[in-house]
Design a binder for this molecule. Structure first.
Ligand code: SF4
Length: 349
């Protein structure tokens, strides 16, 4: 049997086998992020990637190429590894996009894994997102490698952009230290020509808020104490503010506090529709609790759960308990400043 396999691999039939593999690339469907839209573009009618011998297919056991389409999170890394293990040999990997290379726009993200830490990568295609042409070029490079055993590496593409004689640039590494006391400004007042904003601020001052400031055209920041947040939200609802656009938290360990902020706006009042209120309150880090606004503004529910997962803040009244978005074994509160970026290998052999 071994003799037979060796004959196929390196005997007279080897060139025929390489030729066949070259024109039979079957990328498995593994859409991990927005780069997937460019992959769809590359294989749709305009570019028709199929004409160069690659056809996307849905089942790992009958495919021989993974095109990693952008960011890989820790959760997704397991899927990538399982997919890879199911595929028959010979198999290949192309990684698209800045995210897959070194984090891209999510660089230094607590939950990001480089695909090259999980599976052996044949080619990286730079860009955010890479163009369909770049992806097809990457596939052509893989085909060239299959046929001749050699190909221009993706590092070669990289060098092309450098001026001659200059040393190659290095990608930044992950910072090991984060400032203990970063400077945080959430409501810097700005002077803007906005008469309606001035009138609105006068009305808002009547509510039990600590401060009101115009921070930009159509933007007003309201500082409230944590125990008054709910009362203020009820009054805002009566005024016509009817939904929460986002819930965010800023961790300020140097001052032992979290800043919890709700962006509140209106769909029902034409006048208030362009206005976004940044209603924020501070809570101590060692007793991170605040009233939930999810019963007043249902759109806040999901985002409060997120903040609970990521920062460990308890939103009193929100029925959700336990982890919502993160995998059960994720270390707690990954967006807190003291969270240690892990250097572990996330997926074992
Ligand atoms: S490289 Fe850009 S387009 Fe691709 S997954 Fe990352 S953010 Fe999305």
């Amino acid at each position: 049997m071994d003799e037979f396999l060796n004959f196929i691999k390196s005997g007279k039939l080897a060139p025929l086998k390489s030729w066949g593999t070259k024109w039979s690339l079957w990328p498995v469907h593994l859409v991990t992020a927005c780069c997937g839209a460019e992959l769809a573009h590359a294989f749709a009618c305009g570019y028709d990637g199929e004409r160069i011998g690659a056809l996307n297919y849905g089942i790992a056991r009958q495919t021989n190429l993974i095109i990693v389409e952008g960011a890989i999170t820790r959760k997704m890394a397991r899927v990538l590894k399982i997919t890879w293990e199911q595929m028959p040999d010979p198999k290949f990997v192309i990684v698209m996009g800045a995210c897959g290379l070194n984090g891209g726009v999510f660089w230094n993200g607590y939950n990001l894994v480089r695909p090259s830490e999980v599976v052996p990568v044949d080619f990286f295609i730079p860009g955010c997102p890479p163009t369909p042409e770049a992806l097809l070029r990457g596939i052509r490079q893989l085909q060239k490698k299959l046929e001749t055993g050699e190909a221009e590496s993706s590092a070669y593409f990289y060098d092309l952009r450098l001026e001659k004689g200059k040393p190659p640039r290095r990608l930044p590494g992950v910072p090991k230290k984060i400032s203990a006391a970063p400077s945080i400004v959430v409501n810097r007042p700005r002077k803007v020509d906005w008469a309606f904003g001035g009138e609105l601020c006068e009305k808002l001052k009547v509510l039990r808020v600590e401060s009101v400031a115009i921070t930009g055209k159509n933007r007003i920041a309201l500082k409230v104490s944590a125990d008054k947040l709910r009362e203020v939200a009820i009054e805002l609802k009566k005024m016509g503010f009817d939904h929460v656009k986002s819930v965010n938290v800023v961790d300020v360990p140097g001052e032992n506090k979290f800043i919890v902020e709700y962006h509140i706006s209106s769909y029902s009042s034409k006048e208030l529709m362009p206005v976004i209120l940044n209603v924020f309150a501070e809570v101590p880090r060692n007793e991170a609790k605040i009233d939930s606004l999810s019963d007043l503004f249902p759109s806040a529910d999901y985002m409060e759960r997120e903040m609970q997962d990521f920062f460990g803040i308890s939103f009193k009244g929100n029925p959700w308990k336990g982890k919502f978005l993160l995998a059960p074994d994720t270390p707690e509160f990954p967006l807190r400043k003291e969270f240690k970026l892990q250097e572990e290998i996330y997926v074992g052999d």
